[in-house]
Design a protein around this ligand. Structure first.
Ligand code: COA
Length: 322
């Protein structure tokens, strides 16, 4: 048995912030941002928290799947920007959508969070423990962005995407995940610093910090490597893969991956220009976009690939069975 995607949903906040808008607050330009990242604009949440975005994406995915919230056994939310330290974002979503019979928890794997969530569900399904699951990638990274740091604030955006999964005989074919904590400083957002009755300092909140070149180097190596591993171990030729659905971090990373895989850019759909890097949300947002454009057909083989802070990475080879 395996995880079959039976519904996809997406939701982004309505406020659009363009590169030109950002050029009014930091020393940058549309030309610099677009030429280095492929980003033109991103959505920024004004009122909605991560769990609000996640719940709306979840409702849409459930509607697409034709499954009622009460039928869900499991909710796994990938996020690095939850509303609270506790309760988990997944529990908040559970309450918001009325998934009264589900167990719910978050997974923290940064931009690989959606892939990790999918693979966790896959494990439960293979063990025969659950039948219907909801996975979500949702972020309001805008709240952990340093809006005075031009090297990071131009990259990220807010949004959410979700998938409903059924334990079935068609869907995920193979998957892999990896982590390397020794690279943790490449991309980091510290939580509240230590500050308590025994310390002189008061707690401070951290913001996203990044060594862009190291992250770039890491991604262009790991992404093609993990895709090739999946293809090799399943004796799958490149011709059999319809699309590579990559985490939308940067168009240049995607182009470099395509070059290394010797595959044409048409096989790498993108939403980066309109949403920026939405971390865990980017893969389901992209799947939603592809579905709406009629790009995914029953029987298509696709590979999903995510990577991010940790550093973490993961990839999934699946057959599209909606
Ligand atoms: N606008 C204008 N100039 C900027 C800028 C901005 N928004 N951000 C940085 N710069 C400047 C730098 O200050 C630097 O100036 P200097 O040469 O005078 O010091 C110059 O541009 C080059 O900076 P550098 O960091 O070397 O640029 P880069 O070509 O490596 O591009 C990234 C920066 C962030 C676009 C690139 O490293 C990248 O995409 N990395 C991966 C990031 C990522 O995907 N993270 C998420 C992973 S999940």
């Amino acid at each position: 048995m395996t995880a079959r995607i039976v519904g996809i949903g997406a939701y982004v906040p309505e406020t659009i912030v363009t590169n030109h808008d950002l050029a009014n607050i930091v020393e940058t330009s549309d030309e610099w941002i677009y030429s280095r990242t492929g980003i033109k604009e991103r959505r920024i949440s004004v009122k909605e928290e991560t769990s609000d975005l996640a719940a709306e994406a979840a409702r849409r995915a459930l509607e697409h799947a034709g499954i009622k919230p009460a039928e869900l056994d499991l909710i796994v939310l990938g996020t690095s920007s939850p509303d609270c330290n506790y309760p988990s974002g997944a529990c908040e979503v559970q309450a918001k959508i009325g998934a009264v019979n589900a167990v719910a928890f978050d997974v923290s794997a940064a931009c690989a969070g959606f892939i990790f969530a999918l693979n966790i569900v896959q494990g439960f399904f293979k063990a025969g423990i659950y039948q219907n699951a909801l996975i979500i990638g949702a972020e309001t990274l805008s709240k952990v962005t340093n809006w005075e740091d031009r090297s990071t604030c131009v990259l990220f955006g807010d949004g959410a995407g979700a998938a409903v999964l059924k334990n079935d005989d068609c869907g995920v074919i193979d998957m892999l995940m990896g982590s390397d904590g020794t690279m943790g400083d490449f991309l980091k957002c510290k939580s509240r610093t230590l500050g308590n009755l025994l310390t002189e300092e008061r707690p401070e909140l951290g913001f996203t910090e990044m060594n862009g070149q190291e992250v770039f180097r890491f991604a262009v190596k790991r992404v093609p490597e993990s895709i090739e591993t999946l293809m090799k171990r399943n004796q799958m030729s490149k011709e059999e893969i319809k699309y590579y659905v990559l985490h939308q971090a940067n168009e240049r990373i995607i182009e470099a991956a395509a070059r290394r895989l010797k595959e044409p850019m048409e096989k790498f759909p993108m939403t980066i220009s309109k949403y920026g890097n939405t971390s865990t949300a980017s893969i389901p947002l992209l799947l939603d976009d592809m579905l709406k454009k009629g790009m995914l057909k029953q029987g298509d083989k696709i590979i999903l690939s995510g990577f991010g802070a940790g550093m973490t990475w993961g990839a999934v080879l699946l057959e599209w069975c909606i």
